[in-house]
Ligand binder design. Structure first.
Ligand SMILES: C[S@@+](CC[C@H](N)C(=O)[O-])C[C@H]1O[C@@H](n2cnc3c(N)ncnc32)[C@H](O)[C@@H]1O
Length: 412
């Protein structure tokens, strides 16, 4: 990578428009979306067919899948739901494509305002409440195309290493989905596994201090010995040893992020109140120039309204600046090429289900789990994607660390 002689902001300002035009040329963005949709269709349909040793019929598998759909439409606040039978597959089928395209739109907004996170070292990304990884797949594809653009156009100072994708996700079923789906869709950069299992109790400052302590103890225990002909514990000081550890940013750079995302994760006021400490610790882990994105249902919706002021307050406490030009209520898209492709995805899967099982329109019309039902736009090819209950907009809050992170007191 060529040495950068100007700020990221200036570089992004210089090239952002050209990159957006390049993306639209030959529908590069759409092609990558179309491939994701095809991979997902194939994955869902294959998962609804028994393997050679399974003692279950297609009909039963389809019924189990159909049974979970009302939950992933109406019971998403319940963390236990994601480990129920077929929940990962049903959630991915209903939400993955929409959330993926939405996050691409967000990345383009950040790019346009020249605040897209960039780094000469690995860009450290953390997606909290990853689900089937729509955000990580979008980031992966977006930055990969950015790399391609910089090679093609000969802008080496804009080319950055591939992002390091970290995740926080409690559901084992979703982790299994991510692993299998990344594999079948041949994503060499993954993600293939989950980095952190529970947001509750997650404190990066503590994790960093523990890792440094462990390394220091190891260094003390080995002092005076030579190890692997490489680390010379005998003559090295702790400072030079810790600088040489595998992490190029040194131990102090561990658990610090350039880009943190909460996509449809902060969905109830009580959860957000409960996670204040974790949110604070996560916001503090943002590097200089790093960005936090919080996105979810519109703030004009009564249930979500109280959530965003709490988030803004924590951002203020942790000295993150609000990116006003990017934040706000954003209209949901129901008629562009991406929306049409999403509708086509639903049609493909449900046409297959109806042709290969006893499930038909009259069953689907009356099917309920509790008070949740299956929206007609999923299974009826003649019903528009936007129904009477569909949201008109979603909320986006973006914050940036414009100066060095505040110093934290070390725990004794
Ligand atoms: C509504 S989904 C959002 C998924 C994805 N980010 C999206 O935009 O579609 C919320 C996700 O958070 C996960 N989750 C809920 N509570 C969690 C916790 N305490 N720690 C980690 N993950 C959690 C759930 O398993 C679920 O995958």
């Amino acid at each position: 990578m060529q040495k950068r002689e100007t700020t990221w902001r200036k570089l992004l300002n210089l090239h952002q428009e050209e990159y957006r035009i390049w993306l639209d040329k030959d529908e590069k963005r759409f092609q990558i979306f179309d491939k994701l949709a095809e991979d997902l269709e194939r994955y869902v349909i294959t998962s609804l067919q028994p393997g050679p040793y399974d003692d279950i019929s297609i009909d039963d598998l389809c019924k189990r899948f159909v049974h979970r759909i009302p939950d992933v439409l109406g019971n998403c606040d319940n963390a236990n739901m994601y480990d129920e039978d077929m929940a990962a597959l049903a959630y991915a089928h209903v939400h993955l494509l929409e959330r993926y395209r939405r996050f691409w739109d967000i990345l383009l907004r950040l790019l346009k305002e020249a605040v897209l996170p960039m780094s000469e070292n690995e860009l450290e990304v953390l997606d909290v409440g990853t689900g089937p990884a729509p955000v990580l797949y979008a980031i992966s594809d977006f930055y990969q195309l950015l790399q391609k653009f910089t090679h093609e156009k000969g802008y080496p100072s804009l080319g950055i290493p591939f992002p390091e994708l970290s995740s926080v996700e409690s559901s084992r079923e979703l982790e299994q989905f991510i692993h299998a789906f990344s594999e079948v869709s041949q994503r060499s950069h993954g993600p293939y596994s989950i980095t952190f299992r529970n947001f509750k109790g997650l404190d990066f400052n503590e994790l960093r201090a523990e890792t440094i302590e462990e390394a220091k103890n190891k260094w003390k225990a080995n002092k005076g010995r030579q190890w692997h002909d490489y680390y010379d514990y005998g003559t090295q000081s702790w400072e030079s040893y810790s600088e040489e550890m595998d992490n190029p940013m040194s131990l102090n750079g561990l658990y610090r992020y350039n880009f943190v995302i909460f996509s449809n994760f902060l969905t109830t006021e009580s959860d957000v109140e409960m996670w204040k400490k974790e949110l604070n610790a996560t916001f503090l882990s943002i590097r200089h120039g790093g960005v936090v994105v919080v996105t979810g249902a519109s703030a004009n919706n009564k249930k979500y309204k109280p959530i965003y002021p709490i988030v803004r307050e924590i951002a203020k406490e942790t000295q993150l600046g609000r990116i006003k030009s990017v934040s706000g209520e954003i209209a949901c898209e129901y008629s562009d090429i991406y929306a049409k492709r999403i509708k086509q995805h639903y049609d493909t899967v449900w046409t297959w289900i109806k042709s290969n099982s006893s499930i038909d329109d009259s069953f689907l019309e009356s099917f309920r789990v509790g008070k949740n039902r299956i929206v007609k736009s999923l299974w009826d090819p003649d019903t528009n994607l936007q129904g009477p209950g569909s949201p008109n907009e979603f909320s986006l809050l973006a914050f940036r660390r414009n100066q060095r992170p505040p110093k934290l007191r070390r725990k004794e």
